[in-house]
Design a protein around this ligand. Structure first.
Ligand code: ADE
Length: 228
């Protein structure tokens, strides 16, 4: 997979060199390009924003630098991801779908957002996903892009050592979309708290049943919306 990230704060993406994503880049599973949007400005001050038509607070990102950046980086086969609090909610199925793409470009806006014509223009030329992490507002798309990239890249073949951990975890397809059951390791008793007896039984069916009950109960309590 090829990833191209466009931002006025390219340093935000330094953590991608760490841990599993960093290893996927080093191994060539992921090709990464980080681009400063100001590279596509031509004035002395490298201006990327201007006041909003119609008035209102804050600044809007100008369409010209974004248009030039996307012209250079995208092809008709690209999937353009635009993190935005007004986007569709990013969920695990979106991570699976985006992990199938060969080329993702993340357009990370700041201020009050990017001039709407940029996405309108791109939609006629490639697949575009405007995606929100949740019902809160971040200062820009960079942190949202980091979150989505981690969720996507860990699904690529070979990135996670034991692929079984992908099917057992919360929100995974193999887990009926339930939250994950609680997990324990040694010691068997810690600060007066004991590991549930059933987990020492060696009885795989009973353990699986207990875990499923725990997952359903936890989901009912915390995320009843997931039970459908
Ligand atoms: N940019 C600002 N807030 C955001 C959010 N909640 N999700 C995605 N991108 C954002």
């Amino acid at each position: 997979m090829r990833l191209d990230l466009v931002s006025i704060f390219p340093d935000y993406f330094a953590p991608l060199q760490l841990s599993l994503v960093g290893k996927a880049i080093a191994a060539g599973t992921v090709g990464l390009g980080v681009h400063d949007l100001r590279r596509w400005t031509h004035d002395r001050h490298h201006t990327v924003d201007d006041t909003p038509y119609g008035g209102g607070a804050g600044m809007v990102m100008k369409p010209e630098p974004w248009g030039a950046a996307l012209d250079e980086l995208c092809t008709p086969e690209t999937t353009l991801v635009v993190p935005s609090p007004s986007g569709d909610r990013f969920r695990q199925p979106d991570a699976y779908a985006l992990a199938e793409a060969g080329h993702l470009v993340f357009a990370c806006g700041r201020y009050e957002g990017i001039d709407a014509r940029v996405v309108q223009h791109a939609r006629a030329r490639m697949t575009v996903r405007e995606l929100s992490l949740g019902d809160y507002v971040l200062n820009g798309g960079e942190v949202a892009a980091l979150v989505m990239i981690e969720a996507i890249v860990r699904l690529l073949p070979g990135v996670i050592g034991n692929p079984e951990s992908l099917t057992e975890e919360s929100h995974s397809q193999g887990h009926d979309g339930l939250l994950e059951y609680p997990v324990f390791t040694k010691p068997p008793s810690w600060r007066g708290l004991d590991v549930p007896e059933v987990l020492f039984s060696g009885h795989h069916a009973r353990i699986a049943e207990w875990r499923r009950e725990q997952a359903i109960e936890l989901t009912r309590r915390r995320r009843p919306d997931l039970l459908g």
